[in-house]
Design a protein around this ligand. Structure first.
Ligand code: ZEM
Length: 290
């Protein structure tokens, strides 16, 4: 394996089994650290992988998961990245144990692992991201603003090279995790099972009655029935816009379709701007606790 490294070179280049060992380590740490938040670091690790990738600008080829530039201020200090230190710190012992893996591959592998371990679809992975230095940090403002609606979502995601269907498929990740008032200012989970990936985000968006939450915080929605779930203005835009809503209905009605499209679009997201070597293999890791 890749562990026996001396003199700054590889004894042999890391292989599938080496990355599976890293995957297993992350999966086991997820299982061990079940006191965090709703019982899992999974959602915040998915958010780390997404924010590493979602800075991509197709026109200039800048940003994206190649580089792991969120290790550095100013990018770590961008408002959108508030709270992601928890995810980076969670992965630091993994990096210490497997020093041959780059941070940029590690963060994406952690996103892949978390989605699979939270009972989501298989996410194929290719290795080869290289870490960059602080000069490669992207400017603030490349990630979506939750207070805005469809025009903004299209501006942000078209810039990365996504279409309307892909935008809606990606947003299904909000089945996972929650908003934290000390991070984004928003509060609460989107679904009743925030550590299991399902198409519930779409179902709830369509089936529940959503009203403004009366509070001092930013404008957000709560479900009328239990007042325990939330939607962001940007989430509500997916049912206010006809073209988006068509896909919300499709995914609400068919979890298999959602899983198929989610796997494809997340794979695309996680690879934006990565200059893989020719013939880089696509690996599918074996789940550990899923
Ligand atoms: Zn999110 N997201 N996101 N997202 N996101 C939050 C949390 C999580 C938007 C957004 O403003 C926010 C995608 C797309 C978009 C996850 C995954 C993905 C939070 C709450 C906000 C405000 C942060 C906090 O307070 O901790 C907006 C406007 C989006 C545009 C559509 C995409 C794409 C994602 C992955 C594919 C996840 C998993 C979380 C939960 C994090 C956690 O800590 O629980």
């Amino acid at each position: 394996g890749a562990a026996a490294v001396g003199g700054g070179g590889w004894s042999s280049p890391p292989k599938f089994e080496d990355y599976q060992a890293v995957y297993n380590e992350i999966a086991n740490r997820l299982e061990e650290n079940d006191e965090y938040d709703d019982g899992s670091y999974g959602p915040v690790l998915v958010r780390l992988a997404w924010h590493a990738s979602g800075t991509y600008d197709a026109a200039t080829g800048t940003g994206g998961s190649n580089g792991a530039t969120m290790r550095f201020a100013p990018e770590s200090a961008h408002g959108a990245n508030a709270g992601l230190k928890a995810a980076r710190d969670f992965l630091e012992p993994v990096k210490q144990k497997f020093p041959w893996i780059t941070y940029s591959d590690l963060w994406i592998l952690a996103g892949v692992c978390s989605i699979q371990e939270m009972l989501g679809p298989k996410i194929p992975f290719r290795a080869g991201r290289q870490d960059k230095d602080v000069a490669a940090c992207t400017p603030d403002g490349r990630l979506p603003d939750a207070a805005q609606a469809q025009d903004h979502l299209r501006n942000i995601f078209y810039r990365m090279g996504f279409n309307d269907q892909e935008i809606v498929a990606l947003a299904g990740a909000h089945a996972l995790g929650r908003c934290h008032s000390n991070r984004s200012g928003y509060s609460g989970p989107w679904t009743f099972s925030p550590t299991v990936l399902t198409n519930d985000f779409y179902k709830l968006l369509l089936d529940e009655k959503w009203q403004y939450k009366k509070w001092d915080g930013p404008k957000q929605y709560e479900d009328k029935k239990t007042k325990s779930l939330m939607m962001l203005p940007a989430d509500m835009a997916l049912v206010e816009d006809k073209k988006f809503k068509k896909w919300v209905k499709e995914y609400a009605a068919d979890n298999d379709l959602f899983f198929k499209d989610f796997s494809a679009v997340v794979t695309k997201l996680f690879e934006l701007g990565v200059p893989f070597k020719e013939n880089t293999e696509k690996w599918v890791f074996k789940p550990v606790n899923a």
